[in-house]
Design a protein around this ligand. Structure first.
Ligand code: ZN
Length: 128
């Protein structure tokens, strides 16, 4: 799968409304209780190991370590392992019908759009 940044920077055209520009990405994250349970379990394990290694029995400090471990793990998990669906949406009509302008179909559409725009321009200038 292409990465999100690549998709977002891909100049595209909308097959529904003809909008040309950069698409809007909508990321849908899939929640998994099993994964979250593992994250919590790991955070507890890390806290337990640290308390054993450094011989810490201050509850407040252990609580802080646990929170930090959990936050860091959660961040790593969300950026690397969490399953997510990336939808490429048109910023104008909100349809998931944006295609890259360098694809064959995209090129065709861009040409059509340009021809249309040119005609309209000429019309407004009163040439035809
Ligand atoms: Zn559109």
């Amino acid at each position: 799968m292409e990465n999100e940044e690549e998709l977002e920077n891909q100049y595209s055209i909308c097959t529904t409304c003809g909008y040309m520009g950069w698409p809007k990405l909508k990321i849908i994250k899939h929640k998994s209780y099993v994964d979250e349970f593992i994250v919590v379990l790991l955070a507890s394990l890390i806290t337990f190991s640290i308390s054993e290694i450094f011989d810490i029995d201050n509850f407040f400090i252990l609580f802080l370590i646990c929170i930090i471990a959990f936050t860091l793990e959660m961040r790593a998990y969300e950026s690397k392992y969490q399953k997510k669906t990336v939808r490429v949406l048109c910023p104008k009509c909100k349809n998931p019908t944006m295609i890259p302008t360098d694809s064959p179909k995209g090129k065709e559409l861009v040409e059509k759009q340009l021809l249309k725009a040119e005609k309209e321009k000429k019309k407004s200038l009163g040439i035809f």
